[in-house]
Design a protein around this ligand. Structure first.
Ligand code: MN
Length: 253
């Protein structure tokens, strides 16, 4: 199965000024796209081609780095786009808020630990809020790795590769992390992942939502309705209606 680059769930300039349209254009349109293209090239004609993305990640880790790095980065970025939102200033609520207070002491303490670990991740990698068993943890992973490989479930992530922030913040990674925590983190998405205990197939759920959204936008439903109304108004439609009335049967609903 060939993988495809998912659409961004917002406009290119939606996260500006915290993440510029220029950064998103390169990060999504070049970096993420390249991971998808290279993954497809690497798995074509191999047994990996029949596996899901999660299975490819598990089976190629520490074995086929050319496959793993691109598969991991495809998963991480697809997840990351949903971890960002233009309305990210609110913070968590409900069950997730209570669990954060329980495991970190407070939301402030969580933010401090996340910012600290994300800033100290040496070289390229990711910072995560993850569910490990029954408790929440902040973990960092190097390069293309992800919490799934340690048996934990991802709830929220921030990409700390230089390509994620260099155009907007140059070498000042902590400023980017601060903007992520204060303005961009999608706590609604994290709460959904927490509710599903990380077991939900968020990728297929999101793909379904996207497909529904583009179907609604395409006007296909509307033009289908118009075609049906026109058919009823046509001479054939009128003849059918007459026949229906003669037999006294109700319209086929
Ligand atoms: Mn990236």
């Amino acid at each position: 199965m060939a993988f495809t680059l998912p659409n961004l769930p917002y406009d290119l300039d939606a996260l500006s000024p915290h993440i510029s349209a220029e950064t998103l254009k390169f990060h999504h349109g070049k970096h993420h796209k390249t991971y998808v293209d290279k993954l497809n090239e690497a798995i074509e004609g191999t047994p990996y081609a029949d596996l899901s993305l999660g299975e490819i990640i598990q089976k190629s880790w520490q074995k086929d780095w050319g496959v793993f790095n691109n598969a991991g980065q495809h998963w991480n970025h697809s997840f990351f786009w949903y971890c960002l939102t233009p309305d990210g200033s609110g913070g968590p609520s409900g069950d997730l808020k209570r669990q954060i207070d329980k495991d970190f002491g407070s939301f402030d303490a969580f933010q401090k630990e996340f910012a600290d670990k994300a800033a100290k991740q040496f070289g390229s990698g990711w910072a995560w809020l993850a569910l490990d068993g029954e408790s929440l943890k902040v973990v960092t992973t190097a390069n293309a790795e992800l919490p799934m490989l340690q048996g934990a479930k991802a709830l929220l992530t921030c990409d700390v590769w230089e390509h994620a922030y260099y155009l907007d913040y140059q070498n000042e990674r902590p400023k980017f992390i601060d903007a992520f925590l204060k303005n961009l983190a999608n706590w609604t998405f994290a709460a959904e992942q927490f509710e599903l205990r990380g077991e939900g197939d968020w990728l297929s759920a999101r793909n379904y939502q996207e497909a529904q959204h583009s179907f609604a936008k395409s006007g296909a439903a509307e033009s289908g309705g118009r075609a049906a109304a026109e058919a009823l108004d046509s001479p054939e439609g009128a003849a059918l209606e007459e026949a229906r009335q003669r037999t006294g049967k109700r319209a086929n609903r």
